[in-house]
Design a protein around this ligand. Structure first.
Ligand code: NAD
Length: 419
């Protein structure tokens, strides 16, 4: 446990910080609008003319540390502090030259314009609620909260405060996900089925952290929620689920293995197998990897299957019959092709010494960085949240429906949990 370290905040404030946002530069490909590039900033803040958003990260564990290190590399945000209870947070703060506090209430003295809440699930309601209630744009890590009720309260606080709140479903910022979404909505014919494998092994050391073994954590809330959100983003709304779950790997308070059968609003059916004690190459972690240090095994782990074509993910391999095939079917050759996606980034890199301006679109895309840059643009009023609180709430409700369905062996309608 660290003690609060009081800092001379006036030294840390940007002397030239202004309330009025300036224009951002470039094309936002996700949302399809273009805004104008301004000339280099005379005050030398951000040479694009975009005033970096003052960002504080609460929680410096597995994901908070990553956010902090990435925030230090991009021009859209100015990391102005950290908040953590960890013993090693001081070393991280020193390496990033930012102040550190232990009590999240003290973060307000850092005058953040945006906060990322990267603390255990069952603290999101309290800590996230504090910041949105204080009028600060906030990104709450996924799941939005540990229960639908807590998530709803958090959304209500954000709405009442008129503050943007985002949920950290970072996969939606991955260009491959957006390409899959476009293909499924426009080229696949009628979406008939999806199949996802989420079979991986978390190292034993992952569970050395106490809260990860508690109720309110576990692979359904920590991992399945990513997959559910991804399926919703690519395939549309999940209306109801059937499920089974079991404790087949580790002996904690939660089931480590689950099977979900999803009924999508458009009629498609989806199956998903989740297990977190199984060496296998079939998971997002092993196939997309996302810059979190996961080993990439290079295999596809998901399939989207339609009446005109099928798509393997994340290779984005399209399987279809030739357009001139007179009687396409299992006697005909299936043609394989690949969708191409721009793998470069749209965010601005922090300019190095002597650099005239941040470089753009030359670095490989990293969805966590895209998410950070998006948070900054949302706070500046230039974009709407890609994953607002109610989206996080809906994904949480699907996971809760899976848990209930597994317990009762019933079909559970997601809307029934939300009304
Ligand atoms: N988006 C992603 O890819 C991703 C990946 C991992 C974790 N997560 C989510 O991020 C959250 C954190 O997960 P983690 O694995 O990094 O956890 P962790 O246990 O590694 O880190 C939690 C951090 O929160 C801090 N903390 C706890 N209570 C606090 C309090 N009251 N005030 C200030 N700091 C406090 C701890 O000191 C620690 O630094 C979880 O909700 C998890 O589901 C998201």
């Amino acid at each position: 446990m660290i003690s609060n370290q009081l800092i001379n905040y006036s030294e840390l404030r940007l002397a030239s910080r202004v309330g009025k946002p300036r224009q951002w530069s470039g094309t936002d490909q996700r949302r399809g609008f273009q805004v104008t590039v301004l000339d280099a900033d005379q005050e030398g803040q951000a040479s694009t003319g975009f005033v970096p958003v003052r960002l504080v990260i609460v929680g410096t564990g597995g994901i908070g540390r990553l956010h902090a290190e990435l925030a230090a590399t991009i021009a859209e945000v100015e990391l102005v502090g950290l908040c953590s209870l960890d013993d090693d947070a001081g070393a991280l703060a020193r390496s990033l030259s930012v102040p550190l506090v232990g009590d999240y209430h003290d973060v307000l003295e850092m005058e953040p314009e945006a906060v990322i809440v990267a603390t255990p699930n069952d603290t999101h309601r309290e800590i996230g609620g504090f910041f949105v209630g204080a009028g600060i744009g906030t990104l709450v890590e996924k799941p939005i909260a540990e229960s639908i009720q807590a998530a709803r309260e958090l959304c209500d606080i954000a709405v009442a405060a008129g503050v943007p709140m985002l949920v950290g479903h970072h996969r939606r910022y991955n260009n491959r996900v957006q390409a899959a979404r476009e293909f499924v909505s426009a080229k696949i014919g009628r979406l008939v089925a999806t199949n996802t494998l989420v079979t991986m092994r978390k190292p034993d050391s992952y569970y050395h952290v106490e809260w990860r073994r508690r109720e309110g954590a576990g692979p359904l809330l920590v991992n399945l929620i990513h997959e559910v959100d991804l399926l919703r983003a690519v395939c549309g709304e999940i209306e109801s689920v059937q499920a089974a779950s079991a404790k087949l790997g580790r002996d904690f308070d939660f089931d480590d293995t689950a099977v979900m059968l999803a009924h999508f609003a458009g009629g498609a059916l989806g199956t998903l197998i989740l297990s977190e004690s199984t060496p296998s190459p079939w998971s997002w972690e092993a196939s997309v990897s996302d810059g979190m240090g996961f080993h990439n095994a290079g295999q596809d782990h998901a399939r989207f299957i339609g009446t005109e074509a099928s798509l393997s993910f994340p290779s984005l391999t399209v399987w279809q019959y030739g357009a001139d095939d007179p009687d396409p079917g299992w006697n005909s050759p299936l043609l394989a092709s690949r969708l191409t996606v721009d793998q470069h980034s749209a965010y601005g890199q922090r300019p190095g010494p002597g650099a005239a301006s941040p470089s753009r679109r030359r670095t490989p895309q990293n969805p966590y960085v895209e998410q950070l840059a998006h948070l900054a643009r949302v706070v500046r009023g230039l974009e709407d949240p890609l994953v607002p609180g109610d989206e996080g709430l809906r994904s949480l409700a699907v996971v809760d429906a899976v848990i209930l369905a597994a317990r009762t062996c019933d079909i559970v309608r997601v809307d029934d949990l939300l009304t």
